[in-house]
Design a protein around this ligand. Structure first.
Ligand code: PRP
Length: 540
């Protein structure tokens, strides 16, 4: 057998690719330089402690760790901004004016690799230290746009938000409802960030929040679109001055950016890197299903390094820019719907029909994988059910219909907009009838859903061995491969007919409507129309 000498998630770059990538880099850096930024470099590895802080929250699992000869844990640079902030805090001299730094560097993260992407990617960006003003914020956004346009990327959508809108809300939640534990805050943050409306509704019910707070939580993720209209509504529902100030800041930045730039707002925009404290922004290319650049203000991070120093910046993903430059332009008019072959297929096609979207060629028996509706506006792409998440995350499809079970397992980075209410079943631990847990030995768990199983048992601190199975999991405990299984149970027939029973339910499951992050912004009208039609179907 041929030996594979190249690790997964990294790649050699040949000279043709290198020349094209380097042309993009040169042009981007040239714009930064002309805007007054000076290039710096930080080490490839840093102390783990630099990133492990709660305020920074690069997921510890996403970092590549190295133990040095003294036993100290180091990491390969998982983020470009934090080391530069450290550097600025050390070298910045009071009274010496603003400091404008730029970089071109490699960043290493395992999250992308697990989602089928790269573990090492190139990033170019700028960091501005010294002044906090909407003029500076607008200047940073304009530099990002200029760098992209001068490098040949013209079809851009810029989106702005302000982290303090959400942070202000958290403060109100603490002072008025007494909710201030970090775990709850983190949960609310990730649900809001994913526009996970069903999850947010459940969160509000579980916490028994007053109506005023529930309304804001449910509306915030949906407040995106045209700046003057959205900021007006955002101001109306704001519950304290911090939230109102965040809205004012967005308005003022938008005025400074000017009308020539196509910019929208998203009040639910929250970076997963929670060091952002003021404006945040993202850049989308119409031809790509990904965010090609992002940035924001992070004055709070500087305090960690003992400096009160305003700071803001952004990074562009050079690998993505290169990929997009090589792609054929996407068919902009059509909304691609990813649908899993299997239990949700027929019912979804039926629901779409009820919503007036008809696929005349579709039959259960057909082996065709792509169907276009009678208006030519929508296209169903049939993929394996477990792959729906990745098709949507990577932008090959704009939206998808996926069971919550598969979504939980794939952990896809998408917006979870609707609970469609059908395809209901439960996740459960099941075992042969009469089975009792034996706490003295490690529990062997067979499952198609190793991530879900691991998380469930980890919560109660039980140590388990996972055996990943691809189907007919019920067999595993019957032939001694495992003690229990973690699987979905719909009618319960499969368990019954094989002499198994539910030991512990885990969670309820139903079909979800998911949306690609860029499509929601660049195909806004079409995606919103489909979301509305699907929602009307579920409300019936
Ligand atoms: C699922 C699940 C169970 C069964 C549960 O399998 O893994 O085996 O359905 O449904 P029930 O409670 O209505 O019997 P699926 O049909 O997807 O096939 P697979 O096991 O080959 O993946």
């Amino acid at each position: 057998m041929k030996k594979n000498f190249i690790p997964e998630g990294v790649a050699d770059i040949n000279y043709e690719e290198y020349e094209k990538m380097s042309a993009i880099e040169t042009s981007v850096l040239d714009v930064f330089r002309r805007a007054g930024y000076r290039q710096i470099m930080t080490p490839t590895f840093e102390y783990y402690d630099l990133f492990s802080d709660d305020d920074i929250s690069v997921d510890t699992e996403d970092m590549y760790k190295i133990v040095d000869t003294n036993g100290k844990i180091m990491v390969l640079r998982p983020d470009a901004t934090v080391p530069i902030a450290r550097m600025a805090a050390t070298h910045y001299k009071e009274g010496s004016g603003d400091m404008k730094l730029m970089y071109l560097t490699n960043v290493f993260r395992s999250a992308d690799y697990r989602a089928g992407g790269k573990r090492e990617f190139r990033q170019a960006g700028i960091e501005y230290f010294g002044t906090n003003s909407s003029e500076v914020d607008a200047g940073i956004i304009l530099t990002a746009i200029d760098a992209l346009q001068k490098s040949g990327f013209h079809d851009l959508t810029t989106e702005i938000g302000n982290a303090d809108y959400f942070n202000g809300f958290l403060e109100a939640l603490a002072s008025e409802c007494g909710i201030d534990d970090p775990e709850t805050e983190a949960k609310l943050r990730s649900l809001t960030e994913a526009k996970n409306i069903p999850g947010l509704r459940a969160f509000c019910e579980e916490k028994g929040l007053p109506e005023k707070f529930t309304n804001v939580i449910l509306e915030m993720p949906l407040l995106y679109g045209e700046i003057s209209e959205i900021t007006e509504r955002a101001y109306e529902i704001a519950v304290n001055d911090k939230m109102r100030a965040a809205v004012d800041n967005i308005r003022s930045i938008s005025e400074n950016v000017g009308k020539s730039v196509s910019m929208t707002v998203d009040m639910g925009l929250i970076s997963s890197l929670d060091y952002y404290s003021g404006m945040i922004f993202r850049l989308y290319l119409k031809d790509s299903g990904a965010i090609i650049g992002s940035g924001g203000r992070y004055d709070g991070l500087m305090k960690k390094f003992g400096k009160t120093l305003p700071a803001a910046g952004f990074g562009l993903n050079i690998d993505l820019l290169y990929e997009v430059s090589q792609n054929e332009p996407a068919d902009e008019g059509v909304v691609n719907i990813a649908l899993g072959k299997g239990r949700l297929a027929d019912i979804t096609v039926e629901k779409l029909k009820e919503a007036g979207i008809v696929f005349p060629d579709y039959t259960k028996e057909s082996r065709k994988l792509i169907f276009t509706d009678s208006t030519g506006k929508y296209r169903i792409i049939f993929v394996k059910a477990v792959d729906v998440g990745i098709y949507v995350e990577k932008g090959a499809c704009d939206v998808g219909i996926i069971g919550k079970d598969t979504l939980l397992e794939s952990n896809s980075d998408v917006y979870e907009m609707l609970d469609l209410g059908y395809g209901k079943c439960i996740f459960a631990v099941a075992a042969p009838k009469g089975y009792k847990y034996n706490n003295r030995r490690k529990l062997r768990v067979a499952s198609k859903y190793p991530r879900v199983a691991k998380e469930f048992f980890a919560k109660s601190g039980r140590s388990i061995e996972i055996i990943k199975i691809n189907g007919s999991v019920e067999l595993a405990p019957l032939v001694g491969l495992s003690d229990v299984i973690v699987d979905i149970v719909e009618t319960g027939n499969t368990l019954r007919e094989n002499g198994l029973e539910v030991v512990e339910p885990i969670t309820d499951i139903s079909a979800r409507f998911i949306v690609n992050r860029a499509s929601l912004k660049v195909k806004r009208d079409q995606v919103m129309e489909l979301t509305k039609l699907m929602k009307e179907g579920t409300d019936k």
